[in-house]
Design a protein around this ligand. Structure first.
Ligand code: ATP
Ligand code: MG
Length: 416
């Protein structure tokens, strides 16, 4: 991709109405554009990052048997009345059509997936079943000032599992936990497995939390053992501790830290919570009617993108891990080196390397500053000096080391 043709340019200053670090960086880098509070357009670079994140999620969902579907955003009011959530779900968008009919804009999809499964699940032979989607969700969040970390319109992967017994649900829940750990590892984040309230249906749900300054959750985390609980559920004596303070881990007696974090994933054992209102049952091997046991497993894929932006960046800009970077290489031509840079570009592209090629006629300072801001994993600079020797400068975004090498050597390093 030639930078001069790319839609969405870097900005020298962050937009004045962006308070959060993730939105400032992503807007400056040309990844997103704000339409209104909590609502963003993903520009070409941003769309590439989001797609890569969502494809990683797809691979890991397929690995645990997930079948991808796409459910509607518009959901009938009756389904939400049936679960009691038409009035109880405080951030639900309710839309009235001109003829007076009311629908919900999906903030989550239990009210669609449970009646859907009911139409296809008859006997124990139809179970277990794992359905997921990656879709745009809507929530009328009170404060939507944290960029992609808290959208009113945002992206989520939601997986729903259907089981013939609680034991089978519990076994799958553990599998999903491991799939989640893999996803966060692949996108370059350290996610803490955190106990949080599970509602009335199980003791805990598990959240995957990433430590970040702007995070809206407070965690009590022990770095020695695995203890990690969300503030919502911790015991009263721990609750007195503030972010930045330290305490004693109730599990191992070591140092407990209180940190800010953002919830990138959440898994629940729903059991019969949504099966009951929709009479989602099956016939067991004795011909008896039983209730289907459900689990649900969410990941905020756009929040994940904002979290990566925030956690992995430095003072110069973004720093994408290779698996989610929009392109692998930022190729920069300086001075009069264009003909040689063009040759390098074509060779890299022909070898299958994803390249963003900055061939604009502007200063070295601007181009190198933009390369740091956009944050691709590798930078290849061609200058008059390197071109004279048929060489390029190769530098990783997260290192200061610069290597002057030939195109062939560059290809060897890039094409593994
Ligand atoms: P929060 O407590 O942050 O509001 P939640 O617990 O209400 O989130 P869930 O219903 O568990 O969210 O949704 C599943 C996942 O969707 C969350 O783990 C999070 O990653 C993502 N998510 C939820 N709300 C938002 C939002 N407003 N913007 C972006 N992502 C979100
Ligand atoms: Mg949650």
């Amino acid at each position: 991709m030639r930078y001069s043709e790319l839609f969405g340019k870097t900005l020298r200053e962050a937009p004045r109405d962006e308070e959060s670090k993730n939105a400032q960086l992503l807007a400056r880098g040309g990844y997103v554009n704000k339409l209104m509070s909590g609502v963003y357009t993903f520009l070409p670079l941003g769309t590439r990052v989001l797609t890569k994140i969502e494809n990683i999620v797809r691979e890991e969902m397929a690995a645990i048997g997930g079948q991808e579907i796409l459910m509607p955003t518009m959901q009938p009011k009756e389904n939400w009345v049936a679960t009691g959530r038409w009035d109880d779900f405080d951030v639900l968008y309710k839309v009235k059509s001109p003829d007076g009919r009311e629908v919900a804009l999906g903030p989550t999809h239990e009210e669609v997936v449970a009646p859907l499964a009911k139409q296809y699940v008859q006997s124990y032979k139809d179970l277990p079943l794992y359905l997921y989607q990656i879709q745009t969700k809507f929530r009328d969040e009170l404060r939507a000032k944290n960029g992609l970390l808290r959208g009113r319109e945002f992206r989520m992967k939601d997986l729903y599992s259907f089981h013939s017994s609680v034991e089978d649900l519990e076994a799958y829940y553990e599998k999903a936990k491991q799939a989640y750990a893999k996803i966060f590892d692949r996108v370059g984040l350290k996610a803490l497995l955190t106990e949080a309230s599970g509602g009335t249906f199980s003791k805990y749900s598990h959240e995957f939390q990433v430590q970040v300054e702007s995070g809206e959750d407070v965690l009590y985390h022990c770095s020695k053992c695995s203890f990690c609980q969300n503030k919502e559920i911790v015991s009263a004596d721990l609750d007195k501790l503030k972010v930045g303070e330290a305490g004693v881990c109730p599990k191992c007696g070591e140092n407990l830290e209180v940190v800010s974090a953002t919830e990138v994933g959440n898994i629940f054992q729903l059991k019969n919570k949504y099966s009951d209102p929709f009479k989602l049952t099956f016939l067991d091997s004795d011909g008896q009617t039983q209730t289907v046991m459900m689990g649900c497993y969410g990941i905020g894929t756009s929040r994940l993108m904002g979290t990566i932006a925030e956690v992995l960046s430095d003072e110069k800009g973004l720093r994408w891990p290779e698996e989610v970077a929009p392109y692998k290489v930022h190729l920069v031509s300086l001075g009069k080196s264009m003909p040689f840079a063009n040759e390098v570009y074509h060779k890299l592209v022909s070898a299958g390397v994803e390249v963003l090629y900055d061939e604009r006629d502007c200063s070295a300072g601007v181009k190198l500053g933009d390369a740091d801001l956009v944050g691709l994993p590798l930078r290849v600079v061609v200058s008059d000096k390197t071109a004279a020797e048929n060489k390029v400068e190769l530098k990783a975004r997260n290192s200061e080391e610069v290597r002057v090498i030939s195109i062939d050597e560059t290809l060897e390093i890039l094409v593994k």
